[in-house]
Design a protein around this ligand. Structure first.
Ligand SMILES: [Fe+2]
Length: 604
């Protein structure tokens, strides 16, 4: 059959094959009848897999005749392409009949017409549609009646053009009694309810599975974040991790985290929204850092304990100044009583609005980030406090020898810069800084007479001085917070060629921090006046360092030294100048430059 060319279908004896049934016999085909044309213009089904195919097929298989499917308003939804179409407006009539027959429970089949032998059955069938589908089947309850009687009944009920062919079709079917048809209809409806229930449960299961998957992702993200709450993890690293995870979990087009600058005085106070800090974005972020600050101020985000959600009810108002933001969730990063920044989620990626699920997740992540920032701040303050105590202690050591005053501080700063140049991990810089400060702590046990002796030391005196790394190690070994500095303190007088002390380690057996401090120590010592000699000229210092590369010192550290020679010189000169100024006003032994180097702070 070619529906597309003629617009009409030709009912032929081979119809059964086209219905996908056994080719030997067509159950709809009246004997001796052929070449009856059925118009296909009422064929409302769009494709073999159209929305009503399954239902129509089940009806056909159950009752043995095709059913017409109507909407509850009587619009034709489906009729079998090889079955006579219903009369026009017939759908509305049967829909009204079904409506008026609703004295029975809706799930009961309805006898719309029963004039022997003609029986028209109606069933309201619930599907995914909002209103039920009305399935209407036409039956003859007897094959023994004359054709004209059935035809007269069909004509009376509106089947004009196709009464004859429908009549012949019905009489070719096995005749079922009214009771059999109704019983079958009840079974069909019961089966359909089971199917609908199963379908509904499957959908519930799918929705639950999707919700569960979403919840799992959320919990997984929160777990990953809390796992990374190590104090060594910087705010920036944690913010990046949070954004990566959120991009996979939150249905948003864009994300942003703004960290307020911690070094700004009052920068952590609630409501301080002047300075932009670090700004991180993922996806399509529709605002700049400055706009996010404005937005936070307008919405009073820093003062809120919960995430602020702005959906279209707010963003479509004329006063809304950010046309590219349709939906927004914004939460403050609160730790203790301070606001460390903001987390913002922009525009629902599925065209929906943000709800409590998304807001809750954003709030949890913001709380984690805020708590981490707060802990980190406390840790930094603790580190600064510890470094201050250590500087005071080392200043006391340096003061034993007026010539070495400030030496430890300069060694610490030079060592940090060298470590940076060598690519040492930022989180280790603070340990190297402390190791630089403490490397000669063991000299506390060395006689001042020896330390200040102008002139060459005797062998015995030299042996005495050589004890200071071990003494320093023993002084610090019980301080848990300073365990990281012990290798550098113990081994800063080892030589690359193995000729140093106290352990005679060689090459990379010597801890890297110790190799770095050895170069920083020698550089500052040679550049300082000592009791037994004046400071060496730069050319001489450089020559000694070059000559000692691969013998006394690690050649890689010496290479790094010469790459940043000028910078290191500036570091020691700055410290010496500041010290001279301070000593002019305050003749004290405390260190001049109290702050930890910025590189060290940035790494914690
Ligand atoms: Fe030393």
């Amino acid at each position: 059959m070619d529906f597309s060319r003629s617009g009409r279908s030709r009912l032929e004896v081979t119809m059964g094959r086209q219905l996908g049934r056994t080719p030997s016999r067509n159950r709809y085909m009246p004997h001796g009848s052929c070449c009856v044309e059925i118009p296909s213009r009422n064929l409302t089904e769009r494709s073999p897999n159209g929305p009503f195919t399954d239902l129509a097929q089940r009806l056909l298989e159950t009752f043995g005749v095709p059913f017409y499917l109507f909407s509850s308003e009587g619009d034709l939804l489906y009729h079998h392409p090889e079955w006579p179409p219903p009369p026009s407006n017939w759908g509305k009539r049967v829909a009204q009949q079904a409506e008026s027959a609703n004295t029975q429970p809706p799930q009961e089949p309805k006898l719309l017409v029963y004039e022997k032998p003609l029986l028209v059955l109606g069933m309201e069938i619930n599907t995914d549609r909002e209103s039920p589908i009305l399935a209407v089947g036409v039956f003859s309850t007897s094959r023994l009646v004359p054709t004209w009687i059935l035809k007269r009944r069909l004509l009376r009920h509106g089947f004009k053009d196709y009464a004859q062919i429908l009549c012949e079709r019905l009489l070719s079917q096995p005749a079922w009694s009214k009771d059999t048809i109704l019983r079958t209809a009840r079974l069909f409806l019961a089966h359909n309810r089971l199917l609908a229930d199963k379908h509904s449960k499957e959908k519930e299961c799918q929705a639950l599975a999707a919700e569960l998957a979403g919840t799992y992702e959320e919990i997984s993200l929160l777990h990953r974040l809390t796992q990374n709450l190590r104090i060594s993890q910087t705010d920036e690293e944690l913010a990046s991790l949070a954004l990566e995870g959120m991009l996979e979990t939150v249905p948003a087009e864009g994300l942003a985290i703004l960290l307020l600058p911690p070094e700004t005085p009052g920068g952590h106070e609630k409501g301080f929204l002047q300075a932009e800090g670090s700004f991180f974005t993922r996806g399509n972020c529709p605002v700049e850092a400055s706009q996010l600050l404005e937005l936070a101020a307008e919405l009073k985000v820093a003062e809120s304990t919960r995430p602020i959600v702005c959906n279209r009810r707010i963003t479509q108002q004329p006063a809304w100044r950010y046309p590219e933001i349709r939906e927004l969730i914004m939460a403050p990063l609160i730790g203790g009583k301070e606001c460390f920044g903001f987390l913002a989620v922009f525009n629902h990626s599925q065209g929906k609005e943000f709800g409590t699920v998304e807001a809750s997740l954003v709030g949890s992540i913001a709380a984690i980030l805020g708590s981490h920032s707060s802990n980190l701040l406390l840790y930094r303050q603790q580190e600064e406090s510890l470094a201050g105590i250590i500087r005071a202690l080392t200043a006391a050591i340096d003061a034993k020898d007026a010539y070495t005053c400030g030496h430890s501080d300069r060694v610490a700063r030079v060592a940090v810069r060298l470590a940076q140049e060598l690519g040492v991990e930022p989180r280790l810089l603070h340990t190297i800084y402390l190791a630089g400060l403490l490397h000669d702590i063991g000299k506390i046990g060395t006689s001042e007479a020896i330390l200040r002796k102008p002139g060459k030391l005797t062998d015995e005196e030299y042996e005495h001085i050589k004890q200071h790394p071990r003494i320093g190690y023993r002084i610090l070994m019980d301080l848990k917070h300073l365990s990281g500095v012990l290798p550098a303190v113990l081994h800063h007088h080892e030589r690359w060629d193995g000729g140093g002390y106290p352990a005679g380690l060689a090459g990379e057996e010597i801890p890297l921090a110790a190799r770095i401090i050895a170069v920083a120590d020698a550089f500052d010592a040679m550049g300082s006046n000592r009791a037994y000699r004046s400071r060496l000229p730069d050319e001489k210092i450089d020559a000694i360092l070059r000559e000692g590369a691969g013998k006394q010192w690690d050649p890689a550290v010496i290479e790094a030294f010469f790459r940043i020679r000028d910078e290191l010189d500036a570091i020691v000169q700055e410290e010496r100048s500041a010290r001279e100024e301070q000593q002019f006003f305050l003749p004290t032994t405390s260190t001049v430059n109290g702050a930890i180097p910025a590189a060290v702070l940035a790494a914690t």
